[in-house]
Unconditional design. Structure first.
Ligand SMILES: [Mg+2]
Length: 475
């Protein structure tokens, strides 16, 4: 064969499939904006949000002016336990095997006492899942305030749940009056990461006949200015980001956009934001407010699995659109890049760890069999199965060998649990198992990838095949 096969992108930039997605059968692609089409400098943004929320608390008399956002102390995918004031990283089955009270890591015994018989069920109010990168400031603030509360340094009597409520209110107030957004708009270059490949990805998709939609919870003023800043410099003269989208829906109020039936408005005057109810077919290129997904489907004449929705919020973007409307879904997970790079850097140690674990398993089998021989000798109900060495001697020798191997495994397993983040380890794993976050990803995201621009290499014609799932009995 003479056709040249393009080289694969680095693993950290590939698209991974839970369910096969044929891009050729997708007619419309809906995009979320924040942390999907637009990537922010996470630390800048979250530090700013944290500081505004802190200012709110200081204004109500809380002595917390010295608190600082700690980017390394929290990761997306953790769960806040509002009842006990903890942050936990559960396994896919909801077992808690790693956690912290405030910012202090809980040891094995503390975790056992707190969570024996308790499973993290995200349907209960007690648990708050950190769905997006916008959750980091919230988790960091809550964790630090838990320690102040424990030391009786906060005014009034409060439970940890009350404290969480106060954090939520402070953060909502920081976001809602637009002070935060005004600060971003005043200096977008500080907060927004420019990515020309994202623009080219959408131009390819547009040219390939995909009908592109922007569906964002941000308001029109913010959306238009952010999109202009991030897209227009990378488009040919005379073209604007608006030309790429058949419809722009702002203030969409996801997840309600997917779950509720609400009226759609059209922005008639884009400068003043003047609205009128939308009736009849959507004018191409129009800007709309609110509405709901089933009406949008009817307007466009495309349904269910003909639509791909691309977003970074595991619940609001990906879970509800999949469960309620059967849309195809792509989750944008920027942290995947550092996660994969950390795993690649650890690969040699990982192989050594696996080798040691295999050896340990062998020793444990031998120990169990020697114990059975000891039992059979004592009770006389059957012949021992082992060799001529007395079981007691074998048991002593094996115990010594197991102690020696554990001393080698300990530091390696510890290092494996600190990959990417010293305190919390990998996002997608909890111990040897998948994390609860990973479970949500595989359940709701048909595909996941670190950024929208990874679809550039994949092309609008890609056949994104699901990975073969592994099972414990695989040979
Ligand atoms: Mg988003």
């Amino acid at each position: 064969m003479t056709v040249e096969i393009p080289t694969q992108p680095a693993r950290s930039r590939r698209i991974f499939g839970n369910r096969t997605l044929n891009m050729r059968s997708i007619k419309a692609i809906g995009y979320d904006m924040d942390y999907t089409l637009i990537h922010y400098n996470v630390e800048e943004w979250e530090r700013t949000a944290f500081d505004y929320a802190k200012d709110r608390l200081v204004a109500t008399g809380w002595p917390v002016a010295d608190l600082e956002f700690d980017a390394a102390g929290v990761i997306r995918g953790l769960t806040i336990d509002a009842e006990l004031g903890n942050l936990v990283k559960p396994t896919r089955f909801g077992y808690v095997i790693r956690g912290a009270h405030g910012t202090r890591r809980l040891d094995f015994d503390e975790l056992r006492i707190a969570y024996e018989g308790t499973f993290v069920d995200l349907g209960e109010d007690r648990w708050i899942f950190l769905n997006t990168l916008f959750s980091l400031s919230e988790a960091s603030l809550f964790a630090q305030l838990v320690e102040r509360l424990d030391r009786n340094e906060l005014p009034g009597r409060m439970s940890y749940s009350d404290l969480y409520g106060a954090v939520r209110v402070a953060l909502n107030e920081a976001h809602m009056p637009g002070r935060l957004k005004q600060k971003i708009l005043a200096d977008p270059g500080r907060f927004i990461v420019q990515e020309p490949d994202t623009v080219m990805t959408l131009r390819d998709q547009f040219a390939a006949g995909k009908r592109l939609l922007l569906i964002t919870n941000s308001d029109w003023d913010y959306t238009s200015r952010i999109m202009e800043h991030a897209f227009d410099p990378h488009l040919p003269a005379g073209m604007s980001w608006r030309d790429l989208f058949e419809a722009v829906i702002v203030s969409a109020d996801k997840p309600a956009f997917f779950t509720a039936s609400r009226p759609l408005y059209r922005i008639v005057d884009e400068d003043s934001g003047f609205l009128r109810p939308q009736s009849g077919p959507l004018d191409p290129g129009g800007v709309f407010v609110g509405g709901c997904a089933p009406d949008l489907e009817n307007h466009l004449g495309v349904h269910g699995d003909e639509i791909l929705y691309v977003g970074d919020h595991l619940f609001s973007d990906v879970s509800v659109s999949k469960v309620l409307l059967r849309w195809r879904t792509a989750l944008i997970l920027r942290e995947l890049e550092s996660e994969i790079e950390a795993a690649e850097a650890f690969a040699e140690d990982e192989a050594r760890l696996m080798e040691l674990m295999d050896r340990k398993t062998d020793l444990e089998r031998a120990l169990a069999s020697s114990r059975l021989d000891q039992l059979r000798e004592r009770s006389g109900h059957a012949e021992p199965i082992g060799g001529p060495t007395p079981p007691e001697e074998r048991i002593a020798e094996l115990r010594e060998a197991l102690t020696a191997i554990d001393e080698k495994i300990g530091p390696l397993a510890g290092a494996a649990g600190r990959q990417r983040n010293e305190m919390w380890g990998p996002l997608m794993r909890s111990g040897n198992d998948k994390s609860l976050f990973a479970r949500q990803v595989e359940r709701y995201a048909d595909v996941y990838t670190s950024r929208v621009s990874n679809f550039l290499e994949a092309t609008p014609y890609a056949y994104l095949r699901a990975a073969r799932g592994s099972l414990p009995h695989d040979p």
